[in-house]
Design a protein around this ligand. Structure first.
Ligand code: ACO
Length: 477
């Protein structure tokens, strides 16, 4: 049942909007936000560019999905400024924008939101997850497993290669879950979904889907949310929950993770965090997803490889280090001493600097004040937030002008998640829940003019070695 918002809730939501608009004003006061001409025009292939190791500087595709202006510190999705989307849009609407290329009208948005809610209902995948040692797996590995289970359920692509007996054992899966005997004598599943809310959520409304791929994107967007939340539940020894019909995707993530209805403020701030992480140029995980899709593999595998790429410490995960660093510092009065020592030891401060942004990351501009707002009503987070603000002023004062080092998106996101009671090991899975929309949009766009990715490496090894049989090789190494 839809919960009424109190006047206090409405005041808090309005304040969130105002804080984002103020952040926008500050950003626009500091720079003109003019786009870089060399990165915002169509390309005449083949293109000439200066390429560094790891393809740095390489132009690999054209896109209409998103643009990161690292010099000015701006982020655009499909022409819309991230500040405006965060102030006014929802994650559902932003995902529609990324996938379909335009802001939906009221009826399209309502249909899309309903479809995603139904796609979050994945009882069979959640039940299968319970049969794996989720508590022994890194959450990102479990998330990747979850997308593979969804693929199995939703694509049936592997059916041609199934052996007869495997078919039978898969069919018997429904009966293989643990049963208990009720006091009345009948057997009942220990683990069951009430299933009072939805019918089988097999397909999206036909007028929303233009292709099988888009349908799979919807499956993934909704399903990954439930998988990510289930991973947290299972790791804590709880059973997964089904989504509630009146909560947004962000609200349902929080509900399915914690078992508690989030406050409207928590739901909205999580919603904004998902908007902020939805797309960010051709970063490593987006590129990984595109490379896999370019072989005409399928979108579940593509998203699975995005998750794998995001799991590395150089990509997702700096927010965990930020929280640990702030805990190590202790309180705002210890910042100067801690930072002098870190500088002496030439340590990189987690949550600062970015490969593309050489200005204040707009995502940090938004999350900073929101973390502050959450901290106001959470006395256990308040000292951490104050420590973060003090450290920010010291790092920016010493490295801002000289080395263009400013807070990045990870600096405040950990504080936001911590204040919502989310365990640190789950932070990167939240990033993935959001980024599924960007991965899907970029993959679908690329497939329209697909060309398999195939860069080359310069060979620097020897060329004319003579093969020596193993028994004649030098035994001294
Ligand atoms: N703290 C202190 N100094 C820094 C920091 C930092 N966080 N980041 C860069 N610098 C300094 C470097 O020491 C270097 O100084 P030098 O010129 O005297 O050698 C200079 O700034 C340039 O640094 P690079 O490492 O070359 O910058 P690059 O653009 O390659 O690296 C990176 C970006 C990897 C993000 C780096 O800033 C970093 O390690 N930051 C901390 C980790 C972090 O927050 N990662 C999350 C990034 S956001 C994301 O992935 C979603």
């Amino acid at each position: 049942m839809k919960q009424e918002r109190s006047a206090q809730d409405n005041r808090e939501l309005e304040r969130v909007r105002q804080l984002i608009l103020e952040a926008k004003e500050n950003a626009y006061r500091e720079t003109d936000m003019e786009p870089e001409p060399e990165l915002t025009h169509s390309v005449d292939w083949p293109v000439t560019c200066t390429v560094g190791p790891g393809l740095e500087g390489a132009i690999a595709a054209e896109t209409k999905i998103g643009y990161v202006n690292g010099t000015k510190g701006s982020l655009i999705y499909r022409g819309y400024d991230i500040f405006d989307l965060c102030a006014q849009s929802s994650f559902e609407e932003t995902s529609y924008l990324l996938l379909h290329g335009y802001l939906p009208n009221e009826s399209e948005l309502e249909k899309f939101t309903n479809v995603l809610r139904r796609k979050m209902f994945i009882p069979r995948t959640q039940r299968l997850l319970l049969s794996f040692p989720i508590e022994e797996m890194v959450p990102m590995s479990a998330l990747r497993l979850g997308t593979n289970l969804m693929r199995q359920k939703q694509t049936f692509r592997d059916k041609d290669t199934l052996l007869e007996e495997t078919k039978d054992s898969i069919a018997s899966d429904e009966d293989s879950i643990a049963m208990e005997t009720r006091p009345t004598g009948e057997k009942a599943s220990v683990y069951e979904f009430i299933k009072h809310i939805y019918d089988r959520p097999e397909t999206a409304s036909p007028d929303l889907i233009s292709s099988e791929e888009i349908e799979s994107c919807y499956n993934l967007l909704g399903g990954v949310t439930s998988v990510a939340a289930s991973i947290g539940r299972i790791r804590d020894g709880h059973l997964p929950l089904e989504p509630l019909p009146d909560l947004s995707l962000a609200g349902n993530y929080l509900y399915m993770l914690t078992g508690r209805r989030p406050t409207p403020l928590e739901e909205r701030i999580m919603d904004i965090s998902l908007i902020l992480h939805a797309d960010h140029g051709m970063n490593a995980s987006t590129f990984a997803a595109m490379v896999v899709a370019s072989t005409l593999s399928d979108i579940y595998f593509a998203v699975g490889s995005g998750i794998a790429a995001l799991s590395g410490p150089l990509h997702g995960g700096a927010n965990v280090q930020v929280v640990q660093m702030l805990e190590e510092i202790g309180d705002a009065s210890s910042v100067s001493q801690w930072y002098s020592k870190a500088t002496e030891e030439k340590r990189k401060v987690p949550g600062f600097g970015h490969r593309v942004y050489k200005a204040y990351d707009p995502r940090a501009r938004i999350l900073g004040p929101l973390a502050g707002m959450l901290a106001e009503s959470n006395s256990s987070i308040q000292p951490m937030y104050e420590t973060a603000k003090k450290l920010e002023s010291e790092v920016v004062a010493s490295l801002g002008a000289s080395k263009k080092i400013f807070p990045n998106v990870d600096y405040y996101s950990g504080i936001v998640y911590k204040s919502m009671g989310i365990a640190e090991h789950l932070y990167t899975t939240i990033f993935a829940v959001s980024r599924v929309s960007g991965w899907c949009a970029r993959v679908i766009e690329y497939l329209e003019h697909n060309r398999i990715f195939r860069p080359r490496a310069i060979y620097t090894g020897t060329l004319k070695e003579e093969y020596v049989p193993v028994d004649q090789r030098d035994t001294n190494g």
